[in-house]
Design a binder for this molecule. Structure first.
Ligand code: SF4
Length: 215
C-alpha cells in the first residue's frame, strides 16, 4: 500500500455487492445501495490493448494494478497487454473477487490480490465462493487474500472461509466509502484482527481523497 502505481479499471462484474464502491463499472439497473442505474455507453470505452499499453507506460511508474469490476472476466484478452508490461519490467497486480480460475499464463505474469465476498455483500454463497477458483488462486505465487469487514462477526465468517478454502495470507480491510465509515470500522476491527494473527490494512485513497472517482 502506498506505492506508486497506475490503475487500469475494467468494466463488468459477475457479482453485485450491495455496498460496491465502483457500481459504475457494472450496475446498469440500479440494484446496488446507490440505486443509480449507470449507463454502459457512458461508463465503458472499448480500447485496443496497444493503446492501453501506451497510456499505462506514459505514467512512468514501476507497478500496474488491474481492477474492476471483475478483471478476470476478460483474462484471455489481457494476456498480450500483460506480456508487454512484464517485458518492460513492470510489476503487475490483479484485484479479483476470487470467483474465476486464472489462466496459467496469468499466474506466471501477475500477483493476485483476492477479495472473496462475505454474506453482507448480498451475493449468494454459491456465486461468491468458488472452491476451484479459490484453490487455484491460493496456489499462485504471491497471492494475498483481502476481506472487506465491518464487524467482529464478519471476522468469524472470514475464519470459516480460511478454514474451508485455505485462503491465506489474510488481510482485513475495513469497509468504508467515506472517511467517517472507514475510521469507525478500522477502530472497531483493529484489536481483534491483530489478536487473530492477521494483517490489517486500510483504504488509503479514501483516507486521503475521500470518495472520488479517477484516483
Ligand atoms: S466483486 Fe467488486 S466490483 Fe464486483 S460488485 Fe463486488 S465489490 Fe463491486
Amino acid at each position: 500500500m502506498g506505492r506508486r502505481c497506475a490503475f487500469l479499471r475494467l468494466g463488468g462484474c459477475n457479482l453485485a455487492c450491495r455496498w460496491c464502491d465502483t457500481p459504475y463499472t457494472w450496475d446498469w439497473t440500479g440494484i446496488g445501495d446507490s440505486g443509480v442505474a449507470y449507463d454502459p455507453r457512458t461508463e465503458l470505452r472499448a480500447m485496443a490493448w496497444e493503446e492501453v499499453l501506451r497510456r499505462l507506460r506514459a505514467y512512468a511508474v514501476p507497478m500496474i494494478v488491474i481492477s474492476g469490476g471483475e478483471p478476470l472476466s476478460q483474462q484471455k484478452r489481457l494476456v498480450p497487454l500483460l506480456r508487454a508490461l512484464a517485458g518492460s519490467g513492470h510489476r503487475i497486480e490483479i484485484e479479483t473477487n476470487g470467483t474465476v480460475t486464472p489462466r496459467p499464463e496469468l499466474v506466471e505474469l501477475v500477483r493476485f490480490n483476492v477479495s472473496p465476498k462475505l454474506a453482507h455483500s448480498g451475493d449468494p454463497e454459491s456465486r461468491r465462493l468458488k472452491p476451484e477458483a479459490l484453490a487455484a488462486l491460493a496456489a499462485a505465487p504471491g497471492t494475498a487474500f483481502k476481506f472487506v469487514c465491518r464487524t467482529p462477526g464478519d471476522l468469524d465468517e472470514v475464519a470459516a472461509v480460511v478454514e474451508r478454502f485455505g485462503t491465506t495470507p489474510v488481510w482485513i480491510m475495513p469497509e468504508g466509502r467515506n472517511r467517517e465509515e472507514l475510521d469507525r470500522n478500522l477502530g472497531t476491527l483493529g484489536d481483534e484482527v491483530i489478536a487473530r494473527g492477521w494483517n490489517l490494512t486500510t483504504r488509503l485513497h479514501i483516507a486521503v481523497w475521500g470518495n472520488r472517482r479517477g484516483i
